[in-house]
Structures are given as C-alpha cells and as structure tokens.
Design a binder for this molecule. Structure first.
Ligand SMILES: [Zn+2]
Length: 481
C-alpha cells in the first residue's frame, strides 16, 4: 500500500468511525423536571437511551434451504420449488458445495476453474428463473467418485461445515432439503453424499452456540470497521428431507412426500414440469441437464420431466407424518435447540468382520444424528459396478479380544467374477483392527442385474462373521468407484 493511500484510508476510517458513533452511542434523555448536568447517579432519573437493536436481516430469511453439491443438482427438486415459491409463497435459498468444475463442457473448451466460473453463473441464472436470489457456494472442488469420505476430504470438511452452519444461521430455514447421505446403486456421486452429510451436521449444530462461537458473538461496534465476530444468532431448523440419485426408486416408496410435476401451477398456469424444464435449460454446459432441457423445450417433449419429485423424510422436530407435506406441523415460532444422540461406542468383544469405508461410516452417522429412517432404508448395503470393471470392497477385521489372532478371509463371488485381492490369512493384534482392501472384477457381459458378493471370515476353523453386498451390474457409464 502506498503512503498516500494509507493516509487516505486512515482518514476515511476515522471519519467513518466518528460518523458511525453518532448512531451507536447511547444518548442522554432529559426527563421533565430533572437536572441535566453534573454527574449522574443511579437515582437521579437520567438514563441513556440505547439505540435500536436490529432483528436478523429479513432479506435472507428462508423457509426452505436447499443444500446440494453441483450447479444443476437443484433440478432434482425444482418442480417442487416452483410450487413452493409461486403457489405457497415460500422463500428459498440454495447452497452449492462446488462450482461443478470437474465436469465436461457441452458448450466450449472452458474447463476446470473456467468451467466453474461459468457454472456459477448458470446456477445463479437458473435459480433466478424461480426468483431464488440467495445462492451461495462452499468452494469445494468437484470430486467425481462414489466415496463420500474422499469428497469430505477434498472439500475440507471442517471449513465447509463452518460455512454451512453460518448460512443456516443467516437464512434461519424452517426446512432443509438435501441429497441422501447413503451409499446407493446409481449415480451415487460422492459430492452429493458430502452435501447431505454437511447439511445434516449443520442442521444439528447451528442451534448450538458453542459450535463456531465466533459466528454468534455480537460485534463490538456493528457500524464501524474491524469487527471480527459475526453477530449471527443460533438457529434450529425444524425438518430435514433428502432426495436420492439412486438408479432405482423402489426403496423410496412411502418414505416421504411425493409431488406430482404434472399438476398445474394456479398462479403461473403452467405445469410444474414445464417450469422445471425451463429452469434446467440454464445449465447449458451440462449435456445431460441443460442441453437435454433445451431439446425438450424445442421438441415439446417433456416425458423426462414428468416423474414426480420424491423426498425422503429425514427427521422433524415438529409433529409431522412421514409422507405429510414438507410444511406439515410448521408454524412461525422458532423451536429450541434439539441435541442429537451423538456417537455412542458399541460394546464389542471377540473377533468380527465388518464393511469398512463409507459403509462403516454411515450406520454410525445415522445413529449419531437420530436418522432412524435412513438406517432402515436399504437393509442390505448396495453398490453398482460396470461390467468388466473392478469392485472395491473395504473390510475391517476387528480383534476385540486380549489375544492376537489369525483370521482367514474368503469370498463367494457370482459366476464370471474374478477375485483380485482379499482372500488371505490376516494376523490381527489384540485390541486392534486390520483394514482390508478387497477387490474383484465383474464379468464383461452384464448378466443378472442384481448379484451378491459375500465375504466370510473364520478363525481356528470357526466362523466369526460375514458381510454381503448387493451389486447392481450395469452395462456402462457411471462414476469411478
Ligand atoms: Zn451433481
């Protein structure tokens, strides 16, 4: 900084501070018949009048906060958002975890950060089409894959969560809509899952003033400079709903409200699917959404957009049925902070075999966050793999005994599969775990749609446990596992 500009900024800063202090310093009030000079005492009737204390800024209040991973993810629920915005007069805000900088570009050569810059604008224009102007980005890198733990790592989990908690406190949503935090057969994008994990954590933490306390501490002088606390207030949202990118929808039946997109908006006189197609059309860098919508609008063929919006009930702090409307039970009064169960370690003994990685994380996550319904959604863990590709299965052999052990792992694979790693004898120290990365290659011809892979472990000739994965073998496409 040059000297001249430094002097200028000091001058401007102090003029601003002096001006601001006129508005923030308590002013003395003269009461009739009371002396207004000389020292004040507690009982002389002279009390300062404090300035007005502003309420949270209503311009940012949201009824629905949508937390997703990529520009175009909001199209999963845009037909419902059109109904909520135009026909129920709900205020909606959106958080994107990333700018979608890892995708292909159907428009031009712009890639990586340049593509992210384009997609941020596409997302803002798409949201603005539904009059949604409050849109933020958590700045995570687009991380194409299927393991949520990798996205949480690349997004810098703690930093992204801090931003999400800030935005929950700023927008004070009644309801949070987000991606399903679960491992499903389908697109199963790890960024989608990370958005769902972070939204759930923010739902449970934003009301706790000991979490990111700098966000909920009042500034020293709000109209002046150099305030380093944020002046937000703790906030407890009331409900959280999820939506899924699974390739099958059977497991969603009856698990939450469903909204027909063929209904006609009473205020707009258009079917919701049509508004969803027009909203999607802004994502033109994306072949499978923006370009698809553009073609649908040109051809007048909206079949793709006529599928209902299916939501999964996560949890509610107000009385509401699982399949009831998103706003069932919600009234304007705030609800108190509601602590969740949190992680509770299991009592374990002896030897055992469990799935590792995301399949080990999710059951504990659902329990810790009081998401009992999610725990019952998919009774057998599932995964999809392309024909001819490698399926990676993280496993954990646990030894919760006081003696070291040797555990033999074997696998039962469907016809045509080849094992790459897994089957072996594993030495496991007392009170320790052995993480195993098992892998098997699916046959190059597709075969049955659903197949089962089972790993078994035994020690001293006795079975100690087994795990089974349902595998959806697909003929192509999909993200790397
Ligand atoms: Zn996405």
């Amino acid at each position: 900084m040059r000297i001249r500009s430094l002097v200028y900024s000091i001058l401007c800063g102090s003029v601003f501070a002096a001006f601001a202090s006129l508005y923030t310093q308590p002013r003395l009030t003269r009461y009739p018949g009371v002396r207004n000079n000389g020292p004040r005492t507690a009982d002389d009737g002279l009390v300062p009048e404090a300035p007005r204390s502003p309420a949270p800024d209503e311009r940012f209040k949201a009824d629905i906060l949508v937390v997703v991973a990529h520009p175009d993810d909001e199209t999963m629920v845009s037909a419902y958002l059109a109904k909520a915005v135009y026909d129920e007069h709900k205020r909606v805000a959106v958080i994107y975890g990333t700018r979608g900088d890892g995708g292909g570009n159907a428009m031009g050569y712009e890639q990586a950060a340049a593509l992210g810059a384009e997609r941020e604008i596409e997302a803002r224009r798409a949201c603005a089409f539904l009059d949604i102007m409050n849109v933020w980005f958590l700045d995570g890198p687009d991380t194409p894959g299927q393991d949520v733990l990798r996205s949480l790592e690349t997004w810098n989990h703690g930093a992204a969560l801090g931003k999400a908690v800030r935005l929950v406190r700023l927008t004070r949503p009644e309801v949070v809509l987000t991606w399903l935090p679960d491992y499903v057969a389908g697109e199963n994008h790890d960024d989608h899952q990370a958005a769902g994990v972070i939204a759930t954590e923010a739902f449970d933490l934003a009301g706790d003033p000991t979490v990111f306390p700098e966000q909920v501490s009042a500034p020293r002088n709000r109209t002046s400079i150099s305030n380093l606390t944020e002046g937000l207030r703790p906030w407890q949202p009331k409900k959280i709903y999820y939506f899924s990118d699974a390739s099958h929808t059977d497991f969603l039946e009856g698990k939450g409200p469903e909204y027909r997109t063929t209904d006609v908006s009473p205020s707009r006189h258009l079917p919701y699917y049509r508004m969803a197609a027009e909203e999607m059309r802004f994502h033109l860098t994306q072949g499978d959404t923006g370009q698809l919508a553009k073609q649908a609008l040109a051809a007048g063929n909206f079949e793709f957009f006529k599928q209902p919006v299916r939501l999964i009930f996560g949890k509610s702090l107000v009385k509401s049925a699982t399949t009831g409307d998103v706003f069932e039970g919600i009234d304007p009064a705030a609800v108190p902070y509601s602590p969740v169960r949190g992680y509770q370690p299991k009592q374990r003994d002896g030897l055992s075999l469990e799935l590792g990685g995301p399949w080990a994380f999710y059951p504990e996550f659902w329990k810790a966050h009081d998401l009992e319904l999610l725990a019952r959604l998919l009774p057998t863990p599932e995964v999809s793999v392309q024909a001819g590709e490698t399926l990676h299965v993280p496993l954990v052999i646990r030894n919760d005994s006081a003696a070291s052990a040797e555990v033999t792992l074997t696998v039962a694979l469907p016809q045509g599969w080849t094992e790459r790693t897994g089957t072996a004898r594993y030495p496991v120290a007392a009170h320790d775990v052995y993480p195993v990365q098992a892998a098997a290659v699916a046959p190059s011809s597709k075969g049955p749609e659903w197949q089962e892979v089972t790993y078994r472990a035994e020690a001293d000739g006795k079975a100690i446990g087994s795990v089974t994965l349902r595998v959806n073998v697909t003929s192509g496409g999909g993200l790397p596992q």
